[in-house]
Ligand binder design. Sequence first.
Ligand SMILES: Nc1ncnc2c1ncn2[C@@H]1O[C@H](COP(=O)(O)OP(=O)(O)OP(=O)(O)O)[C@@H](O)[C@H]1O
Ligand SMILES: [Mg+2]
Length: 360
Amino acid sequence: MSLTRLNIDSFRNILSAKLTLSEGLNLIYGENGSGKTSVLEAIFFLGMGRSFRSHLSQRVINNEQDNLTLFAQLNTQERTTKVGLRRARNGDIDVKINGDNVKRLSTLAETLPIQVITPESFSLLFEGPKSRRQFIDWGAFHSDPHFHQAWAKTRRILKQRNQLLRNQSSYSNILFWDKELVRYAEVVTEIRNQYVDSLNGLLKGIITEFLPQVDLKVSFTRGWDSKTEYLQHLQNQYPRDLASGFTSGGPHKADLRLRVGNLPAQDALSRGQLKLLVCALRIAQGKLLKQQLNKNSIYLVDDLPSELDAKHRQLLLKQLTETGAQIFVTAIDPAAIVDSLSLPPERMFHVQQGKITVIE
Ligand SMILES: Nc1ncnc2c1ncn2[C@@H]1O[C@H](COP(=O)(O)OP(=O)(O)OP(=O)(O)O)[C@@H](O)[C@H]1O
Ligand SMILES: [Mg+2]
């Protein structure tokens, strides 16, 4: 699957762009502030209905305009899909797939599995469990159709349970919700656990290329102690949860442990190595999705050259292109990418003050 056309209107400093894309490697280059990241952000926005840079969606609408519109044509072997999105400053959002209105934004995400690698996203992965959980859930969501609903239900029940805790409900009142919670939490946990297992197999080979000296161990922790059934755990924790007004253990606390030898990865690796580790994780996810569902991901790699030496830029580009996925990379200096490739990029775009020109 790949995007063959992309139209961007009133998105950040890009007033209007109509791009014909390559199904392989697309290089986007230009000066600081020209609009490179904005192009990647527009693709992500179309797939996810939100930005990877800002929680405030109206920030991405061009300052002078009231609406942004994005349109893309997606090609798979079997069919062509047209995806359109319009977002107004007042919050209204309109999503169309092949002309039909779509209600759930997850419908878009299912259509477009997008992987983002930015200088910010890679440090995020080492700051707190939330982004590591999101990393697992990207895969869980794409690899198992039951995940989305089970996770949504889990979160809804947790909210309900926390409300009851804050109202000082008796355990017999909470028990009804706990039984429901356990039902969905088990589905979520099982899918996540299996996903991390499958990912581990693929990751080894990629790590051997990127970080041959690194003895990496990736494991999944489910969010409550590993020896107790969840219902029992909830009951044991009830007095503490009642005091804090919050459910302390559960799938909302799941995490991915990344260790090198006996240390957490962030303490054992350099910044460049951490970037390579995140790239390896994302590449493994893309490869797994391809293996499991024959679905290609789309890679958005912002500022690919930063923090990497020539040898590792070359290795990373090789691994990325080998996934067979469509790739968008940005760089200030195009030579930093071109010189690391054995063949020139299939398409190059030069961005200047929000205007995008294709380089023939
Ligand atoms: N809502 C908006 N309306 C108009 N312009 C905006 C808006 N939001 C951001 N900009 C401007 O868009 C420009 C492009 O930003 P972008 O982050 O895409 O640049 P970039 O090419 O990735 O730069 P860098 O190399 O520094 O990462 C910036 O100058 C920014 O000030
Ligand atoms: Mg940028």
